[in-house]
Design a protein around this ligand. Structure first.
Ligand code: SF4
Length: 328
């Protein structure tokens, strides 16, 4: 695998638990230690072609000292684009917000994505997101900065109402800053699977092609980025582990990656998500029988299969139940 970039999931912990989130944030206390960063960058031959690094969560600024430590360590190895995502819950007043952004920049951050939409709004005052956006612009960084907001797929229950609220919130947070809006469709991964209803009766039988949507059509045959989480898991999609840096060198995990390396990935590569559904039926493991799209088949069947395959984890990537916080 030739890496173009890495997203570090520094924690699954968050002050919020949005109903479209990929992860179970409740009870997820672990925060990444810098030894994981050292292990990832120890062999520069693996990371030298990368053009970007992203740090995301959970909410990365839920533990600011640890967050700054992680960023400083990444920057000691990597001098190109370092982006972060945040829900700006911490942006409680103008001075604090400006200083926090300034600190992030001093630790090498070149791009900041602020989440603001209908799903975050029950947890984070919209004024905080607006304040963070203003402070980002006043600190003069413009590249890779955007207002990130979930959008429902148009065939989803209440999508028109929810999407118009999301657009209204995004424009309010943007105010006069011209910071680009980055609306993203809700994926059927994690709690997002609960949002993407009604389900289809016919089981979607396409191949996996959304591994990393921002990098074009990518599947298990041609991944070009990985997620590295706070446990040292290296994943090609949320919850699909190809190795752990505490067990195997990062360079070995990446250079020896093949679409045949484990049962789940080889089925995904050859048969697509529907192959996981058939595997679960063969193993007599209970799964849903109606799904919204291929990622929904994949995620829902992986969740059912999770305790039977060590390449499926950690538990935070397989949330159960609902995060009922939204009004509509
Ligand atoms: S959820 Fe499954 S089908 Fe969707 S991108 Fe991830 S691996 Fe591919």
């Amino acid at each position: 695998m030739k890496l173009t970039g890495i997203t570090f999931l520094s924690t699954y912990n968050c002050n919020a638990s949005c109903s479209h989130c990929f992860f179970e944030t409740k009870g997820a206390s672990k925060y990444m230690d810098t030894d994981i960063i050292h292990k990832v960058f120890e062999d520069s031959s693996i990371t030298k072609h990368m053009t970007w690094v992203h740090v995301s969560g959970g909410e990365i600024l839920i533990n600011q000292p640890k967050c700054f430590e992680i960023l400083e360590t990444i920057h000691s190895y990597f001098k190109k684009n370092i982006g972060i995502s945040t829900n700006a819950f911490w942006a409680k007043n103008k001075k604090l917000t400006f200083n926090t952004i300034q600190k992030l920049i001093s630790y090498g951050v070149t791009g900041i994505a602020v989440s603001a939409d209908y799903f975050h709004s029950p947890y984070i005052p919209i004024t905080n997101a607006k304040r963070a956006v203003q402070a980002i612009v006043e600190n003069g960084i413009r590249t890779h900065c955007y207002i990130m907001g979930a959008r429902c797929n148009v065939d989803i229950v209440n999508s028109t109402e929810i999407n118009s609220i999301c657009q209204h919130i995004a424009e309010h947070v943007q105010n006069k800053t011209n910071m680009p809006l980055a609306p993203t469709q809700i994926r059927s991964i994690g709690f997002g699977s609960n949002i993407n209803i009604p389900k289809k009766t016919k089981i979607p039988n396409g191949m996996c092609s959304e591994l990393s949507e921002c990098l074009g059509k990518r599947g298990p045959m041609n991944p070009s980025m990985v997620w590295v989480d706070c446990y040292g898991n290296v994943m090609i999609c949320y919850g699909i582990i190809i190795g752990n840096v505490f067990k195997t060198d990062f360079s070995t995990i990446i250079s020896e990656y093949t679409p045949k390396q484990n049962k789940i990935i080889s089925i995904l590569a050859k048969q697509g998500p529907k192959g996981l559904y058939e595997l679960a039926q063969t193993l007599k493991i209970k799964t849903p029988h109606k799904f919204y799209d291929e990622c929904d088949v994949c995620f829902s069947c992986r969740k059912a299969l999770q305790k039977h395959f060590e390449e499926l984890g950690p538990p935070e990537c397989y949330p159960t139940g609902f995060n009922n916080n939204t009004i509509l």
